[in-house]
Design a protein around this ligand. Structure first.
Ligand code: KIV
Ligand code: ZN
Length: 502
C-alpha cells in the first residue's frame, strides 16, 4: 500500500441516495457514475442489491458503464445478501468487484438490533467475510456504529475479520457522534493493538450529525486510515456524509501532509452541480469548496486584497475546483454550440440533437426573461426537459393577486393529451392555483412540505420549489423551477402527481 495515497470511496449512489426525495433512476445513476469515473474516484459504491430490484440493476449497469473504478455492492452479514451482491457484480471483471459486508458492533446494536452478544457477533462477522471471499478477492467489512463501539472489542473484531480475509475494514461513525480527537484515537488504537492490521486498508465513514464528519475523517487519515468514504456535496441521510470535495481539497491545500488522491479536482464543481441538479438537492450557498459564495469576496477589504494578489484571501484557486469565472454567463444571443459546451463543462453530455434543441428552446425563453443565464439555470433546464413525457402537464396559468383582495387563479392542464380547465380563489396566489388544480385532479392529496429557493440572485431569478404531497398513504417529492414562483409551485405539485402510484 502506498502510504502517501488516500483511496476515495464514493458512496453518493448508495448512502447519498438514501435521502428521501433524492432517488435517481438507473439512467441518472449511470450518468453520475460516469462523472465519478471522470472525477477519478477509486471505488464507487453502486448500491445495496438485495434491497430492491432498482439497486440490483444499478450495480449491474454501473459496472457496464464504467471501466476503471472498483464497483462495490453493500450487504448485511447475511448469506442471501452476499449471494445477491455477487450476482449483481457478475458482469464486471474480477479485479473491479468488491463486496462490502458488515454488522453492528456497538453494545446498543448488539443488544437491540440483534438481541445477541459480542462473541456471536464476531462469529457472524467472520462467517460473512469468509462467505464473501468465496466469491470475490476484495471484501470490505464494516463495523456499524464503530464510533460508539468499545475500542478493545472493536480491535478484536478488526483482527478477526482481517484474519478471515477482509481486504479493507471500515470504521463507521454511523451516528456522527465522535469528537475528532476520539475518532482519531480510535484509529490509532486499532493500529497499535491489531497485530495483522498491515494486511488491510482502514477506512473512515463519518456522518455529519454534529457537523464533524470532515474533521473526523481527517483525524482518521492523520492516524493512518487510507480510504475515505465520502459523497458529493456531503449528501446522505440526516445531516449527510463526509463531503468528497472537502477532504480532497484539504489534502491538496495541505501539501506538507504529503498525502495525495487520484482526483482530478477540476471536475469537482461540474460533479457537484450534476449531483445537486439530478437529486434536486440544493447546495447551501456557504458550503465549503462548492457553495455559490465559496469564492465570492464581498467585503471591500477582501476584494481589495484579492485584486492585489489572490493569495491574500484565497487558499485555493477557484479554477482548481473547476470554477471558471469567464464562462459562467450565457445570453439570448448565445447559440446551441455555446449551450452544449456549457452543459458538457457542467458534466451533462447531450449528444441527441433533438434533446439539445428542446433544451435550447427553453433556454431562449429563459434568456428573454433573465438576460443572463447562469450555470444553475442551465442545469435546471437540462433536468427539466424530461417533463415533456409526463401524463399531466401545465398548459397555462393565470393568477390575479394583490394586497387586500382574494387571489384568483385559472389553470389549464393537459392530461394524456386531453385539455382541462378550472378556476378557483385562494388564500394567496399559490393556494388559489392549487385549489384550481384540485378541481381537475380529484384526488385526496395533502401538501406536506413546500420550500421556495432562488437559484442565484436578482428579482428576475429562477425560483426553485420543492414539495412533498401525501396521497394514498405515500409521500411524493416534486420539483419545479420557473422565474414565476407560482408557476414553479404548480409545476412542483404536478411533478408529485405524475409520480403517484395508484
Ligand atoms: O453509516 C454506516 O454505518 C453505513 C454502513 C452501512 C457502512 O452506511
Ligand atoms: Zn453511512
Amino acid at each position: 500500500m502506498d502510504n502517501n495515497r488516500v483511496y476515495i470511496f464514493d458512496t453518493t449512489l448508495r448512502d447519498g441516495e438514501q435521502v428521501p426525495g433524492c432517488q435517481l433512476n438507473t439512467v441518472e445513476k449511470i450518468q453520475v457514475a460516469k462523472q465519478l469515473e471522470l472525477l477519478g474516484v477509486d471505488i464507487i459504491e453502486a448500491g445495496f442489491p438485495i434491497s430492491s430490484p432498482g439497486d440490483f440493476k444499478s450495480v449491474v449497469e454501473i459496472g457496464k458503464a464504467t471501466t476503471r473504478p472498483i464497483i462495490c455492492a453493500l450487504t448485511r452479514a447475511v448469506e442471501k445478501d452476499i449471494d445477491v451482491a455477487n450476482e449483481a457484480l457478475q458482469g464486471i471483471p474480477m479485479e473491479r468487484r468488491r463486496i462490502h459486508t458488515g454488522i453492528g458492533t456497538s453494545d446498543s446494536h448488539i443488544k437491540y438490533k440483534f438481541n445477541s452478544n459480542r462473541e456471536e457477533i464476531i462469529e457472524r462477522a467472520i462467517h460473512a467475510v469468509q462467505y464473501a471471499r468465496k466469491y470475490v478477492n476484495d471484501v470490505e467489512f464494516y463495523a456499524e456504529d464503530a464510533g460508539r463501539t468499545d475500542n478493545d472489542y472493536l480491535a478484536r473484531v478488526v483482527e478477526a475479520v482481517i484474519k478471515a480475509g477482509a481486504t479493507v475494514v471500515n470504521i463507521p461513525d454511523t451516528n456522527g457522534y465522535c469528537l475528532p480527537m476520539d475518532y482519531g484515537a480510535k484509529i490509532k488504537y486499532l493500529y497499535d493493538h491489531v497485530p495483522n492490521i498491515d494486511k488491510a486498508i482502514i477506512s473512515t465513514h463519518c456522518h455529519n450529525d454534529l457537523g464533524m464528519a470532515t474533521a473526523n475523517t481527517m483525524a482518521g487519515v492523520l492516524n493512518g486510515a487510507r480510504q475515505v468514504e465520502v459523497t458529493i456535496n456531503g449528501i446522505g441521510e440526516r445531516a449527510g456524509n463526509t463531503s468528497l470535495e472537502e477532504i480532497v481539497m484539504i489534502l491538496k491545500c495541505h501539501k506538507a501532509l504529503n498525502i495525495d488522491t487520484n482526483i482530478n479536482t477540476t471536475m469537482i464543481y461540474p460533479t457537484s452541480r450534476m449531483v445537486s441538479g439530478l437529486m434536486n438537492m440544493p447546495v447551501q450557498p456557504n458550503k465549503a469548496v462548492v457553495g455559490r459564495n465559496a469564492f465570492a469576496h464581498s467585503s471591500g477589504i477582501h476584494q481589495d486584497g484579492v485584486l492585489k494578489d489572490a493569495s491574500t484571501y484565497e487558499i485555493m484557486d477557484p479554477k482548481d475546483v473547476g470554477l471558471d469565472d469567464n464562462s459562467i454567463v450565457l445570453t439570448a444571443r448565445s447559440g446551441r454550440a455555446a449551450l452544449k459546451y456549457r452543459l458538457s463543462v457542467l458534466g451533462v453530455n447531450v449528444d441527441d440533437e433533438k434533446r439539445i434543441d428542446k433544451i435550447y428552446q427553453k433556454f431562449l425563453r429563459l434568456a428573454d426573461q433573465k438576460k443572463e443565464v447562469n450555470d444553475a439555470d442551465v442545469l435546471m433546464l437540462a433536468g427539466a426537459d424530461t417533463a415533456e413525457t409526463h401524463a399531466v402537464r401545465l398548459d397555462y396559468l393565470q393568477v390575479t393577486t394583490g394586497m387586500g383582495v382574494r387571489s384568483v387563479a385559472s389553470i389549464g392542464l393537459d392530461i394524456s393529451n386531453q385539455k382541462f380547465e378550472a378556476a378557483s380563489t385562494g388564500n394567496g396566489p399559490v393556494d388559489a392555483a392549487i385549489n384550481a388544480l384540485k378541481k381537475i385532479i380529484l384526488k385526496k392529496m395533502t401538501l406536506k412540505e413546500f420550500t421556495i429557493q432562488a437559484i442565484s440572485k436578482g428579482s428576475n431569478d429562477v425560483g426553485k420549489v420543492h414539495m412533498q404531497v401525501e396521497y394514498n398513504g405515500g409521500v411524493y417529492y416534486g420539483f419545479g423551477a420557473n422565474t414565476d414562483i407560482v408557476t414553479a409551485s404548480v409545476e412542483a405539485y404536478i411533478d408529485c402527481i405524475n409520480k403517484f402510484r395508484d
